[in-house]
Design a protein around this ligand. Structure first.
Ligand code: SF4
Ligand code: SF4
Ligand code: SF4
Ligand code: SF4
Length: 266
């Protein structure tokens, strides 16, 4: 892969100190709790790409893990902004997406409803392969369940829509959370989040993380957050979302789903 990266990108890989600042700010790092693939974390993606670029062959499973990692990324740029050595991580993820697709490794691309599909627009990528990206993502992830230590806790990865629909019972309007691109505006403007010094400790997943967990179909994560119960229904998050995600409505519906789910379990 080394010869397919630009000279600047190779130098950037060398400059990485593995400080993990990028991972601590990553919008999708929370998914690592449900999907134990270390390549979800940007600092670990860099390590894998570095190994590939320096000619160390990765196993098929490691490559699949890397591909899943670059596709679960939402292109939010947070990692690039905080990297103390100035690595343009966003460009790196996009380039690796393209290279993996072009090399056909693995056969089934791991796509996320939260990914922007740079790479898929390349002329050499057969459009027919990507008709149902979400279904393909779930199938690809579920097919590597042997990678996942907590297989049973990775919920509803396939078949996607039906299980998620019946499991969470969201309205079609609320289901447009999948257009969320992880900018975190909803969390930033939330008065409940602002009220706490360490909101995650008290609230569990914060609004943007709940949208992301919902988008991935990680039901337990999506409905298990205290945030659902502390939400004031003030609609500030929904009004400010640059993507038009009905954040408050989604939280409200998830709360109802949590109640229903709990009743069914009793
Ligand atoms: S923040 Fe930059 S230097 Fe630190 S691990 Fe991430 S890519 Fe490497
Ligand atoms: S762009 Fe955002 S989601 Fe992607 S690795 Fe960086 S911080 Fe994580
Ligand atoms: S403000 Fe909207 S796009 Fe940004 S993280 Fe929240 S739901 Fe997603
Ligand atoms: S509606 Fe709930 S989550 Fe959204 S800003 Fe208000 S309190 Fe926060």
């Amino acid at each position: 892969m080394g010869k397919n990266l630009s000279m600047i990108q190779l130098m950037e890989l060398d400059a990485c100190t593995h400080c993990a600042m990028c991972s601590s700010h990553c919008s999708v790092a929370i998914a690592f709790e449900g999907i134990p693939n270390i390549n979800i974390l940007p600092s670990e993606k860099v390590a894998s790409i570095k190994a590939l670029a320096s000619g160390n062959p990765l196993t098929e499973q490691e490559i699949r893990g890397l591909q899943e990692g670059v596709y679960l990324c939402t292109n939010c740029y947070r990692c690039t902004v905080v990297c103390p050595v100035g690595i343009n991580l966003q460009n790196l993820w996009n380039r690796v997406r393209e290279l993996l697709i072009q090399r056909g490794i693995p056969e089934l691309s791991v796509l996320s409803p939260l990914s922007f599909y740079r790479g898929l627009m390349k002329a050499e990528a057969a459009q027919g392969d990507y008709e149902k990206p979400l279904t393909q993502a779930r199938e690809a992830i579920s097919s590597q369940c042997d990678l996942m230590k907590k297989k049973d806790e990775v919920l509803h990865l396939t078949p996607v829509d039906e299980k998620f629909k019946s499991g969470l019972d969201l309205s079609s309007q609320a289901k447009n959370f999948s257009i969320c691109f992880g900018c975190q505006t909803c969390t930033t403007v939330c008065p409940v989040v602002r009220h706490y010094e360490n909101p995650q400790e008290v609230l569990g997943l914060l609004p943007h993380q709940i949208m992301h967990a919902a988008g991935l179909g990680l039901k337990d994560l999506a409905i298990g957050s205290n945030m659902l119960w502390d939400c004031l229904t003030c609609y500030q998050c929904q009004e400010q979302c640059p993507r038009g995600v009905p954040v408050t409505d989604v939280l409200y519906e998830l709360k109802n789903s949590a109640i229903k789910y709990t009743k069914e379990k009793i």
